[in-house]
Structures are given as C-alpha cells and as structure tokens.
Design a protein around this ligand. Structure first.
Ligand code: SF4
Length: 238
C-alpha cells in the first residue's frame, strides 16, 4: 500500500467526511503537481471561476454539435448555416464579406468560399454594388429564406434549460454573460459586439442601465446582445 493510499484511507476512517477525503486524495495525488491549468480537474476543485470557464467550453461544444446535426440533414456546413441566419436577420449593410469575416472570426477567403457554395446551392444572390464594383450585396433567394427557417431552431433545445430559471435568475445570468463578453472585447479576444455595454447610447446609472437612443431606463432583462440600433462606443468614450 502506498503512502498516498494509506493517507486517503486514514482520512476516510478518522474524519468520515466525503469532502475531506476528496481533498486529501486530490492533494496526495500525483496529478496535483500538474500545472494549475483551468483544464486540470484537480485545480478546479476550489476554483469556481475555473469551473465556469470549463462549463462555457462545454456550451460552445454543444453549439458545435447542434450546428453539425442540423447541417447534416440539409447538406450544409456549420458556417454556411451561421451565414444564412446572419444574412436572414441582419440588414444588407452588415452583410459584406469583410464584416462577415470579422463577425465569425474567419478569413475573408473562407467566408467567400462558403458564400460561393450557398450561391451554387441556389440559396444566395450576390449583386455587385454599383458604387463600388469590388463590393457585393448579399441577399437570400426564396429557397434561402425557406432553408433559413428550417435551420433557425438549431439552438432551441437550450431554451427549456433556461426557462426553468426564475425571471430574476435569467436576467442575472444575462447581465453576467454580457459583462464577460465585454471583458473579452476589451481584452481584444473578440470583435466589438453590438450590445449595450459597448454602445454609444448606453449609460450605467446609480439605479441601473439607461439607453439614450430610446431615452429610457433599461431593466436588466432589456439589455441587448445584438441590437439593431447599436452604435459602437468610441474607444475613449464613457
Ligand atoms: S441602442 Fe441598443 S445597444 Fe445601444 S444602449 Fe440602446 S438598447 Fe442598448
């Protein structure tokens, strides 16, 4: 019997506490000497922030799986689905190759390739911009609109997990997630987002949040993640 095992058993008999046994096993395990990475399960034990990051990673994995599942039936790749949905629900001026590349953190050539495939499938029309012949306006065809309707529910399976939370809990979760997204934007990890915390019209007030576009106090539940009226805040704006 190794010293490590003996210490675990002694701890079990003396303390009778599952939590203490768990921690004793962890600190006597060789794995504890591994780097304090977010992805080391032993390092996660008493670091809630590590566990939240890992949980978010699992959620991003869920999106990947859901997109693949939806695309399989229709012969579409995940990025083709994301482009279809973005073009369906956003104004034409946002649907340019360079902006789409920024939106999805892809190279313009990868976006162009995906758009070309959608065009070949008869789901998308590209019209040359009369003011700038290097630029194209993108629009869905009738078939494209129909396919977008078919794929638009790809993430709906997540909703029951959220609707079982109270309204206050959901609003709190939204606020925390927006704060995390704002942090990632400031850190330069993601491109500027069309959300309240990054908007010229947004002000934090003593009583909460205020939008100068609609000139109204915003409840937490009213904060936007993808707002059509959003105007990016200047880097040194308040
Ligand atoms: S315009 Fe939209 S994004 Fe900007 S503060 Fe108002 S609701 Fe938020």
């Amino acid at each position: 019997m190794t010293l490590k095992t003996l210490r675990s058993i002694l701890c079990l008999e003396i303390a009778g506490s599952e939590r203490l046994v768990f921690f004793t096993f962890a600190i006597t395990s060789d794995r504890f000497t591994y780097p304090m990475s977010i992805f080391n399960p032993y390092a996660q034990i008493d670091r809630v922030e590590y566990k939240i990051v890992v949980a978010l990673e699992r959620l991003s994995e869920a999106f990947r799986v859901l997109l693949w599942e939806k695309g399989k039936a229709l012969g579409l790749s995940p990025i083709q689905i994301q482009l279809l949905l973005f073009i369906r629900f956003h104004p034409q001026e946002r649907c340019k190759v360079t902006l789409l590349a920024q939106e999805f953190n892809l190279t313009p050539s990868t976006v162009s390739e995906a758009l070309r495939t959608l065009e070949q499938k008869g789901l998308l029309l590209r019209k040359t911009d009369s003011a700038d012949t290097r630029s194209h306006t993108l629009a869905l065809t009738e078939d494209g609109v129909a396919v977008a309707a078919q794929v638009a529910d790809f993430a709906d399976v997540m909703l029951p997990g959220l609707t079982r939370l109270s309204e206050t809990e959901r609003a709190g979760l939204l606020e925390q997630l927006l704060g995390l997204i704002a942090h990632l934007q400031h850190a330069g990890v993601i491109v500027p987002q069309r959300m309240c915390f990054a908007c010229t019209y947004y002000r934090k007030t003593d009583s909460g949040h205020f939008c100068h576009f609609i000139k109204k106090h915003l409840e937490v539940r009213d904060l936007r993640v993808d707002c059509p009226e959003h105007v990016p805040r200047k880097p040194h704006g308040d």
